[in-house]
Write a protein that binds this ligand. Sequence first.
Ligand SMILES: N[C@@H](CCC(=O)N[C@@H](CS)C(=O)NCC(=O)O)C(=O)O
Length: 231
Amino acid sequence: MGNKSQLYMLESCPFCWKVRGLVEYLNIPYDAISINPRKAKKLLPSAPEWTKTPVWVDEDTSVIVDSTPIMIHIDEKYNQGNLWNSDDIQRRDEWKEWVDTRLSKATVPILYGSLLSAFTTTLRVSKMEKFGFFSRRIYAWAGFIVMWGFIARKRVKSDGRKPKKLWHDLLDEFTQAFDNKPFFGGEKPDMIDFLAYGYVSSISPFSQFKHIEEHQPGISWFQRMKNQSKS
Ligand SMILES: N[C@@H](CCC(=O)N[C@@H](CS)C(=O)NCC(=O)O)C(=O)O
């Protein structure tokens, strides 16, 4: 018997949600290893060169890092590259870039963009992650100041839009690229759908997801993606 693949991850990490959505859709057996965020540098098999989550350890023990390359690897190895292959490489590559820069940068503003949302998010994250006894409490009570004050506030200010408006604009742009089909990939989702699905689903444990639910074409696509994973 070969080894089972492993995903080193954090529960609240959007990049980990990307990989999880894909492996669940493809029904690949794997062990999810949630790490203590403060111990990533010690616990990740890719450290010290790469100390970010997710890290994928394949059944043949090769270590792959960075969410999109991990997903392309998994698709190639377990799914004959069916999701990443495309008749229009230029469209695919442009949208990969768009999703991994525009959507990836929009998760922090919606989760931490005001003092209140930063507070509720940090409290929830402190419960989701495998912190130690003291660091859980420190994170819950001090983390929101850091996330809001040093990271999110600057991003919201430089964008100029309220986080909800930002997300609605992005979801407009994304769903309009479907050309009246149910998915970016057409009748079936492709890799671009899964990259985007990861970022959107990472917001789903938080109350701010209500802003996403108010975007009709966006949430309809999200539900279709969710149903795909179940079938
Ligand atoms: N480009 C990477 C980004 C991964 C990333 O930034 N992960 C965060 C957690 S959500 C992290 O590990 N941050 C710790 C650090 O930057 O040292 C990917 O797509 O996997």
